[in-house]
Design a protein around this ligand. Structure first.
Ligand code: NDP
Ligand code: 8X3
Length: 257
């Protein structure tokens, strides 16, 4: 039996990409799920499929992680219903725009900082005291290779992911003496809706990001996240970086013509 069987997992940003792949992977391991995103209709379709296929309980809610009061109310609801997760996959995030900083749009900065940094904090801050009180819990933040090395035009997005690294380290330190584990998984190029969102619906530009090499897919990243989550309780992974074989750092990628 998998170490994840019966352990409740909350995935933020479960309506597509890496988050959706995590929901599928954890459900296959027998983990009951709580799925959050803004597109509730997508979550409902996914939940119905996973209940049917794997027989796991799945609770869905429309939660915008930027809305602190909404996050706090959703977490209070989980506590009341005895649905506090054992594992939080703090995944909701995005890049907005791919511009030189001097041409960048401050509204894009706000979306990235509010989601990738403050949204991630909102969810972790609401859940962590409940995990500590219960004596178990694992927070897995989704960072990026961009949090290790900034690439041209990566400016604010890379800064948010560097913040995720620093926050993982800081929250880990503040959990010393508790059984709570705090990890980051930092993917490189993964073909999801990420680039379509970043390029604001420009399908051609989004596709070009993944052309000429074999990128990761959500499932590859979910495998790594499930590995980290499934380790015995005395094993705490701080950081895992996972890239396509064609990629060697945040921006060096070997593309075939
Ligand atoms: P997708 O665009 O496919 O998925 C992003 C998910 O985040 C969606 O489910 C979206 O749901 C959710 N989301 C975005 N904003 C909010 C919000 N305010 N509140 C709640 N949910 C939100 O991209 P990925 O799966 O690739 O991205 C997932 C994470 O992985 C992000 O943190 C991203 O930075 C990170 N990452 C991605 C890489 C890649 O190459 N794809 C590489 C490294 C890291 P909805 O719109 O329904 O709210
Ligand atoms: C997402 C991957 O390289 O586009 O973090 O920044 S990248």
């Amino acid at each position: 039996m998998s170490g994840l069987n019966g352990r409740r997992v909350l995935v933020t940003g479960a309506s597509s990409g890496i988050g959706e792949a995590c929901a599928r992977r954890f459900a296959a391991e027998g983990a009951p799920l709580v799925l959050w995103a803004r597109r509730l209709e997508r979550l409902d379709v996914l939940a119905a499929e996973l209940r049917e296929r794997h027989g796991v309980a799945v609770h869905c809610a429309r939660v915008d992680v930027r809305a602190r009061e909404v996050v706090n109310a959703a977490v209070a609801g989980l506590a009341e219903a005895d649905l506090v997760p054992d594992v939080l996959v703090n995944n909701a995030g995005l890049a907005a725009g791919f511009d030189l900083f001097q041409q960048s749009d401050p509204d894009d900065w706000d979306r990235m900082i509010d989601t990738n940094v403050k949204g991630l904090l909102n969810v972790a801050r609401a859940l962590l005291p409940l995990m500590i009180a219960r004596g178990r819990g694992h927070i897995i933040n989704i960072g990026s290779t961009a949090g290790h090395l900034t690439y041209p035009r990566g400016n604010v997005y890379a800064a948010t992911k560097a913040a995720v690294r620093a926050l993982t380290e800081g929250i880990n330190l503040d959990c010393v003496g508790t059984p709570i584990r705090v990890s980051t998984v930092d993917p490189g190029f993964a073909e999801t809706e990420f680039s379509l969102v970043r390029m604001k619906g420009d399908e051609l530009r989004a596709k070009q990001v993944y052309q000429g090499y074999r990128p990761l897919h959500g499932e590859d990243v979910a495998d790594v996240i499930a590995y980290v989550a499934g380790l015995p309780e005395h094993v705490n992974v701080l950081d895992v970086v996972v890239m396509p074989t064609a990629q060697r750092n945040a921006y060096v990628v070997h593309r075939q013509a």
